[in-house]
Design a protein around this ligand. Structure first.
Ligand code: PGA
Length: 251
């Protein structure tokens, strides 16, 4: 059985005070949830504060990025051992905003996944097409290249630690969600690629999240799809009520 994982991607939001307030409430509200795995991904500077609140909680912590080297002369970067030290168990890799604004490529994503796995962090690897690619029928090609290149060279055991997040760029922060059918079509395609790259058993074991304007109103229809195993939630993860409603809606 695949795990359903709901992860909140806070992006560049929440001071330490705001982060502590939010996770204190989430910890209480989501106390009884065992059906889905819950992850919050704050900015790196507040990871340790969030960890201190979430000890003995069912809510796990993720980071939003990492560098592939462990340490050294890499000013401004943060590494897997440091993220672990601050309480992270997951790390988002290759988010479209990082690909768009910070020059991430499938090759750097691949290196980052490797570094995360070496240090026991579970990577949440993002793939997704932009509007022009969708409108010109290139979505499948784009996703295939992203998956094959980003996920190249990992063993089946390593792959089992990876979560894939399908996030159509045209649906991120736009209020425009992919329809459940549109999302399912791509999720099924990604699972098919995993069969080609490995085998059916492995493909069936991998959690594939959907991301892009996930809200309390659409989570149930998305999660009801055969190949949608959770959500990567941006804007709606910043508010206690909407994140709690999304998590409970996925149960
Ligand atoms: P959104 O962001 O939910 O605000 O659309 C999702 C994401 O970028 O992970």
């Amino acid at each position: 059985m695949r795990k359903t994982v709901i992860a909140g991607n806070w992006k560049l939001n929440n001071t330490s005070k705001e982060a502590i307030e939010l996770v204190t409430l989430l910890k209480r509200d989501l106390l009884d949830i065992t059906e889905v795995d819950i992850v919050v991904c704050p900015v790196s500077t507040v990871l340790a504060d969030v960890r201190d609140v979430l000890t003995e909680s069912n809510i796990k912590i993720g980071a939003q990025n990492l560098f592939w080297e462990d340490k050294g002369a890499f000013t401004g970067e943060i590494s897997a051992p440091l993220l672990k030290d601050a309480g992270a168990e997951y790390v988002i890799i290759g988010h479209s905003e990082r690909r768009q604004y910070f020059g991430e490529t499938n090759e750097t994503v691949n290196k980052k996944i490797k570094a995360a796995l070496v240090h026991g962090l579970s990577p949440i690897v993002c793939v997704g097409e932009n509007l022009e690619q969708r409108e010109t029928d290139k979505a499948f090609d784009v996703i295939e290249t992203q998956c094959r290149e980003s996920l190249a060279g990992f063993t089946a055991a390593e792959m089992k630690k990876i979560i894939i997040a399908y996030e159509p760029i045209w649906a991120i922060g736009t209020g425009k969600t992919a329809s459940p059918d549109q999302a399912q079509e791509i999720h099924q395609f990604i699972r098919g690629l995993l069969v080609e790259m490995h085998d059916q058993e492995l493909a069936d074991s991998i959690t594939i999240q959907y991301g892009g304007s996930v809200k309390p109103e659409n989570i149930k229809d998305l999660i009801a799809q055969k190949d949608i195993d959770g959500a990567l939630v941006g804007g709606a993860s910043l508010k206690r009520d909407s994140f709690v409603a999304i998590v409970t809606g996925a149960c």
